[in-house]
Design a binder for this molecule. Structure first.
Ligand code: XBP
Ligand code: MG
Length: 268
């Protein structure tokens, strides 16, 4: 199948948002609510295995604060999380968190090559908009054909729901897309939806299991700032562009296609 679309995760993939963005915003929201909770860089790394901010707070209470009670705990968590979202989007507006190397260039290359682009993330829609607007400008919102974000699916990553929703909205099959992820939860979600996945690791995820990835890199690279290949074959490339992605796409069968071909059916 021909490559038609690139589907990007946001946190950790488009930008390194977790340690100095989300974590900081969670901590400020806790302080604003009069709580003495503090998520250190290390603690936050452990908490990241639970995707979704509200789910992460709930998990933290269950795991570390079994005595903590509120009449309406769900409402309390929602209030904390709304404040965290406000703080986080204000933080992004300061421009302190840039896109990762190669991201803007690859998005522009995809647009110039008529590849469709979309987003698949567990983060809150307002956070996605704040990142895009503050890095690509307001017109950046039009670059993405569909933004699948937050509570729109029954189960967040590592479930495949959000990738399945994005493909459904775009009228595409897994064999026509490539996913970009940074974490174990992310690749479980994308590969669970049958997608080939390119990984760019970060400080929180470099030791995760990426055995299902078609390519594992430290970042997407730029012509004057080569990526380091961690797994997979990038041949002589120094940076990820559409030409390389088309080659990768044709070299690797998706899960769905390999099942079809092992049943002796030919896929296009
Ligand atoms: C990202 C997340 C998000 C953010 C917080 O995962 O886990 O929960 O940390 O976002 P992924 P919210 O990159 O795999 O999508 O607080 O808005 O939920
Ligand atoms: Mg991510």
């Amino acid at each position: 199948m021909e490559l038609k679309a690139l589907i990007f995760d946001v946190d950790g993939t488009l930008a390194d948002t977790e340690r100095d963005g989300h974590r900081v915003a969670f901590n400020k929201a806790f302080t604003n609510a009069g709580l003495d909770w503090h998520w250190s860089v290390g603690t936050y790394g452990e908490l990241l295995h639970v995707t979704g901010g509200k789910e992460r707070i709930q998990h933290y209470i269950n795991r570390y604060l079994s005595e903590f009670t509120r009449d309406d705990l769900t409402g309390f968590i929602a209030m904390l999380h709304a404040d965290k979202t406000r703080i986080y989007t204000e933080l992004l507006a300061t421009g302190k968190i840039p896109l990762r190397p190669g991201v803007k260039r690859l998005l522009e290359d995809a647009r110039a090559s008529d590849l469709r682009i979309a987003i698949s993330t567990t983060t809150t829609p307002a956070n996605v908009e704040a990142l895009i607007v503050n890095t690509l400008g307001p017109q950046g919102m039009h670059w993405f054909e569909f933004i699948g974000a937050g509570d729109v699916v029954a189960q967040k990553k590592p479930a495949p729901d959000i990738y399945e929703l994005v493909m459904e909205k775009m009228g595409l099959q897994a064999g026509q897309c490539l996913a970009f992820e940074d974490s174990s939860n992310g690749i479980q979600s994308s590969s669970g939806a049958g997608l080939r996945t390119v990984i760019t690791v970060n400080g929180y995820t470099y030791e995760h299991d990426f055995s299902k990835a078609v390519l594992v890199l430290d970042h997407l690279g730029e012509p004057d700032y080569a990526f380091t290949l961690l797994a997979g074959s990038a041949v002589e490339s120094r940076y990820v562009n559409v030409e390389l992605l088309r080659r990768i796409h044709s070299d690797y069968p998706t899960l769905a296609e390999s099942v079809i071909s092992s049943g002796n059916l030919v896929s296009d």
